[in-house]
Design a protein around this ligand. Sequence first.
Ligand SMILES: *[C@@H]1O[C@H](CO)[C@@H](O)[C@H](O)[C@H]1NC(C)=O
Length: 225
Amino acid sequence: MRITSVIRYMVLLITLLGMWFITQTYFHQSWKAVSLRSWLGAMNKPSSEKLPQHKCGNQKSCPKNYFAFRIISGAANVVGPSICFEDLVLMSSVKNNIGRGLNIALVNGTTGQLLKTNSFDMYSGDITKLQTFLQEIKHGTLVLTASYDDAATKMNDKVRAYFTELGSNHVGKLGFRDNWVFLGAKGLMNKSPFEKHIKNNKETNKYEGWPELLEMEGCAPRKMD
Ligand SMILES: *[C@@H]1O[C@H](CO)[C@@H](O)[C@H](O)[C@H]1NC(C)=O
């Protein structure tokens, strides 16, 4: 008599637990189904918020075996430059690793790994540090460069020659307070297609003593061999 009532209670308890479990699962799944449907509905609606996100916030995605990058020069002597590579910000004011002059990030052209970042004061700084830095760049390295404020006062022929070797067309003409963004490589490209340069010109400057900032996005080929 006592045993059977204990079993009865046990069965009742197990049944209730089972029902609770089924109810939980069912409602959970139906909730999921509903949200999936509304999600699909949202996908079909043309909405500017649903645009696909590309690496570095770029407008286009990069094909396989290309690295996405975005380089923004400084704005006057106020807003610092930024260098993004494969969706990682390598240099920026927030990272606190930029400065007036030339800002340079070195990346392994095969793996895409960051090797070094450095900022060189081109107005009053020690130019031999930059010469050594450029001289030591190894074959197969991508070089990402952004100017800030002034990138030319201390520029010399040796430094210009190193940048020309990395594929620059404009470094020879770079002058006081010009803006310059550049992606080159040691031994990968003869002439880099990734370069923008704007002259400091009183007639056309956006800011009082400086031209407007430059922004360049693109896909750099991975070194395959
Ligand atoms: C890039 O990384 C590969 C693999 O780790 C290495 O063999 C190569 O020497 C590196 N190249 C440069 C330029 O750092």
